[in-house]
Design a protein around this ligand. Structure first.
Ligand code: NOJ
Length: 961
């Protein structure tokens, strides 16, 4: 009884405070409410020769005239003459002087393997240290990043030609189609700036506008303490942020000459091609914010910060792609101006810490992805079930309800793999416990689900109920793992369990302790088929400023929450991931969904886009949100299918499934106050249409799994913006309705409701327009009708239709037998779909492994390449990534275990010739011949039952006779 009371009181407190507010976003800061942002802007406005604000009316006119004719101050930072020196390890060091306060800032430029360079800057003699640990958590090799390039590979020159000294460092070459070009860094002494060039073309510039500003620590004096703008405290609404270290911040401009589009810096509910934030009609009037907060039911088309932050920006034009990672875990604001065509200027300002920028030098999109993966790691390779369909609701309230839902999936012949338990399964939001009344026998529940190889995901949030009898709280307190306030007391805030403590996950001891809770002995009632959901890890605190931890809370080594804020979600996610790896004697690949994230989170599991709403705007914005995350390394990502808040209507619900099957992470989820949203909840014809959509996802699982392999090995995104696949077609650079899944599937989702042309008529279809990318032929996935690249197609899409196209030149593997869960498909045969290009050729691949252990790291997999040309399909297994240590025994054992798995059908689409027979020669079997048929509906050729093994090399040749 009291448990329910607790939750309803908390929920209503939460709703009163945050939901029933017209001006939702006023719960969160805008840039002018941040003193360090104001100071940085005031500084750049004082020195800048141009003004990038958007001003309207008479005031605007006066302001623009004033700006034009007013005199500008000289920038206060100067590069110290003759300070530029190369070190033995190939790094370059120099100093910049704050001429106003006579404070030196030390710079270090390093070159890393993989053609990445990095620039770090900090105070030379700091009064107190500045936070510089973010890289240690974000980078896969630790704080220093990928190994340094051999110094002999760097060529340094210095010159002074009628002007300032210029230092050039050549560190690589690239062949971007026009012969070999060198990659260089150029440091100019006055006005000082750092530039990255390919050949003679400048691709990225740092401090070209002299926005560099490094607010150094100062002694506290009576005068500066009282100075509100520069002071030791600041207020937002009723909250005061005391700053015992005083103000500090860091800012600089990063400019991309020759570019019109920049992307990335998720998470925002904004278009894929980032909008200008200053000085442009149709742009935003606020900078993009990177500050992880619990922004449920967020506004669509906004630069406000959401649950996760990846401070990686990509710029792309027809010649180059480049990426800049701003390694700060503090709150960061990013302004974007596009004053001149073909130049994007960005201005980055963070509240604290050092300046640490890593540049992925490209020049192709795939190079940037590989470089970023080298720096921050690749996607944790998921278990096979985790890329199938997941069913969630806040909450399935009892074991009985879960059992009912489970059998309804079977009654409706809809496959699913995972049922999710939201907060109500716990004993009063004490994580790692069960509500014994409503979930009396978790073991029975897990056994039941295991009969169909289904899994249970239980939510584990980071807030710990303050309860002296709760073992997690007791231990956290005893061990000193709770985050403290400024006075050294354990901080307590409000969240689902009522008064809650928060663990300091920056402390490795606390992380290790947390991991242990996932052992089956401690989390009683969890089993090998229990996986985990980490929610509220921004960290969410209902009764604090911006619904999160106060900035001056104290972490290990005295760092403040403001320094580490954007890392919190990732560190919690990481601890859970590491705990799951350790819980079984033969480790299985963990599955942990996280709401909050940072650069590098891809190493620990999927994320989702948080609390969206059941409306068309949220459906549509989920596409650029998934894509922006994807290009920033967060490949395993999805949005709540069906919309979290509100009911929506059956049409929206159905369209959402038809889009959701193309999200890398595919989960239906909804709020406790929304209507039922299981796939059958809207009745017919919706149930059948949704079933077909989910079945399509299951059929294509082999294609998806192979894409995840590439993501895990080379950092290639799974859901891809069109420009990634067609980097030389500028008309596609801002496209964010159409997208690719892998390099073969073009998805054209329906993002608007049907609208009848005549107001009395009832619409029966939606109309969409698809401009097919050039230089390819495109086949309708269902009818096999061919469309030429460059063609613009306007078509009706009936509710039962899913517009998807396949790029000619692809080979796509599927599994066509319907089962109740993906694991039950493991021994099923495959079908290969060959879609020929204009030359009659196609390529593809298929990756398979045991779907759950880490044996794939030792060679326990099959990765076949398929090539079709000149009427012949060749399958060969030659795809071992470099640097992999193969264990022959593991490899052979796995091969033997899949020997029996066959290719049961080959479909050739767009093949212009006649073929009656297919001749099969199998490396480990007798040669044979089968008939070739023509599909009466699509006209495509079908080779039935070639019966070749996935574990062999073989060829199949089509012949007229
Ligand atoms: C907030 C999450 O975003 C949502 O998905 C979940 O259902 C609720 N917390 C309750 O746990």
């Amino acid at each position: 009884m009291s448990r329910w009371l607790d939750l309803s009181v908390i929920t209503s407190l939460f709703q009163k405070a945050y939901i029933n507010d017209d001006d939702f976003e006023r719960k969160f800061k805008v840039s002018k409410e941040s003193s360090y942002y104001r100071r940085n802007r005031a500084y750049i406005n004082s020195i800048s020769t141009k003004d990038t604000g958007t001003y309207h009316g008479l005031f605007g006119f006066i302001r623009s005239v004033f700006n034009k004719y007013s005199t500008r101050a000289t920038p206060i930072y100067e590069l110290v003459s003759d300070s530029v020196k190369s070190d033995k390890d190939g790094s370059v060091n120099f100093e910049v002087l704050n001429t106003k306060d006579n404070v030196l800032i030390s710079f270090r430029l390093t070159f890393h393997d993989g053609e990445i360079f990095r620039i770090r800057a900090s105070e030379k003699d700091p009064l107190i240290p500045r936070y510089d640990e973010a890289a240690g958590f974000a980078l896969v090799d630790g704080k220093e990043g990928p190994p340094l390039l051999d110094p002999s590979a760097i060529k340094a020159t210095a010159e002074t030609v009628d002007g300032p000294k210029v230092f050039t460092y050549t560190f690589g070459t690239t062949d971007s189609g026009k012969g070999s070009q060198s990659k260089k860094i150029r440091i100019t002494e006055k006005p000082w700036k750092i530039e990255y060039l390919i050949g003679d073309e400048v691709v990225l510039q740092l401090n070209n506008n002299e926005y560099f500003n490094f607010e150094h620590h100062r002694e506290k004096t009576e005068a500066n303490e009282a100075d509100v703008e520069n002071g030791w405290s600041e207020s937002f609404k009723n909250w005061t942020d005391e700053k015992p270290r005083g103000p500090e911040s860091v800012g600089i401009d990063i400019e991309f000459p020759g570019f019109e589009h920049v992307y990335g810096i998720p998470e925002h509910s904004s278009p894929l091609s980032l909008k200008p934030t200053r000085g442009a009609e149709g742009g935003y009037t606020e900078p993009y914010r990177l500050y992880n907060v619990d922004t449920f039911e967020y506004n669509v088309d906004s630069p406000h910060g959401l649950y996760g932050s990846v401070p990686l920006m990509l710029a792309h034009n027809t010649k180059h792609t480049v990426g800049a990672l701003w390694m700060s875990s503090a709150e960061t604001w990013v302004d974007i101006t596009k004053e001149e065509k073909s130049k994007v200027t960005t201005h980055w300002v963070s509240e604290s810490g050092i300046m640490d920028i890593m540049v992925m030098t490209g020049p192709k999109p795939s190079d940037v992805f590989a470089q970023y993966a080298k720096a921050t790691g690749t996607t944790a390779f998921p278990r096979d079930f985790s890329i199938a369909y997941h069913q969630c609701r806040w909450s399935y309230m009892s074991q009985k309800e879960v059992e009912e839902i489970n059998s309804k999936f079977d009654d409706h012949s809809i496959p699913y793999d995972v049922i999710w338990l939201d907060i109500d399964y716990t004993d009063g939001m004490r994580y790692f416990t069960w509500n014994k009344m409503t979930f009396p026998d978790p073991e029975k529940l897990h056994r039941l689900l295991d009969e169909t190889k289904r899994k249970v995901v239980t939510i584990i949030d980071p807030h710990i109920k303050v309860d002296e009898d709760y073992f997690v709280y007791q231990e956290a307190k005893e061990n000193g793992y709770i985050i403290k306030d400024m006075k050294g007391k354990n901080f307590e805030g409000w969240c689902w369990p009522g008064s809650s403590a928060y663990i300091d996950f920056t402390n490795e001891k606390a992380r290790e302790w947390w991991q242990k809770h996932y052992s089956f002995d401690i989390f009683k009632g969890s089993f090998p088929n229990t996986l985990i959901w980490n929610d509220m890890n921004e960290m969410a605190v209902f009764n604090q400023s911006e619904l999160t931890l106060p900035r001056n809370l104290v972490h290990k080594n005295g760092w403040e929450q403001r320094d580490v804020h954007n890392l919190m979600g990732m560190l919690f996610h990481r601890s859970t991931f590491e705990g799951l790896v350790k819980r079984e004697a033969t480790p299985k690949r963990p599955f942990v969904l996280s709401r909050s994230y940072f650069a590098g989170s891809q190493r620990y599991g999927p994320v989702w886009t948080g609390d969206n709403a059941a409306n068309w705007e949220h459906l549509a914005v989920s596409v650029p949100m998934v894509l922006s995350n994807s290009i920033a390394g967060i490949h395993f990502v999805g949005a709540d299918v069906g919309g979290f808040f509100k009911d929506g209507d059956p049409e929206l619900f159905t369209r959402w499934y038809q889009l959701g099957i193309w999200y890398p992470f595919f989960r239906g989820h909804t709020h406790r106050d929304s209507c039922r949203k299981e796939p059958w909840s809207m009745g017919e014809p919706h149930t059948s249409i949704i079933r077909d959509a989910i079945l399509l996802r299951y059929r294509l699982l082999p294609y998806w799994y192979t894409l995840f392999r590439h993501s895990n090995v080379s950092g290639t995104p799974i859901a891809r913006p069109l420009w990634v696949e067609f980097p030389e077609q500028p008309e596609l650079f801002a496209e964010d309705k159409l997208f690719m899944v892998g390099s073969s599937l073009l998805i054209a989702p329906v993002l608007e409701p049907m609208q009848a042309k005549d107001e009395h008529a009832k619409a029966s279809a939606s109309e969409i327009t698809i401009a097919f990318p050039k230089n390819a032929v495109w086949y309708d996935f269902f009818t096999h009708k061919a469309h030429k690249g460059g063609e613009t197609l306007t078509r009706n899409v009936e509710l039962s239709q899913i517009p998807a196209y396949v790029r000619g030149g692809s080979i796509v593997p599927t599994r066509e037998r319907q089962r109740r869960s993906s694991e039950l498909m493991r021994n099923d045969p495959y079908t290969l779909h060959i879609y020929v290009d204009e030359d009659g050729s196609a390529k593809g691949d298929l990756y398979i492994d045991d779907g759950e252990t880490f044996d794939f790291e030792k060679g326990g997999y099959i990765h076949s390449s398929f090539e079709f040309s000149e009427n012949k399909l060749v399958s060969s297994q030659n795809q071992d990534p470099k640097d992999v240590s193969i264990d022959a025994e593991v490899r052979n054992k796995y091969r033997e275990s899949v020997e029996h798995i066959r290719i049961e059908r080959i479909i050739v689409v767009g093949y212009q010739k006649v073929a009656a027979k297919a001749f099969i020669s199998d490396s480990q079997g007798a040669d044979r011949e089968v008939d070739v048929e023509e599909d009466p509906i699509t006209g495509s050729l079908v080779v039935r039952n070639p019966s070749v093994s996935v574990a062999h090399d073989w060829t199949i040749e089509l012949k007229q006779q």
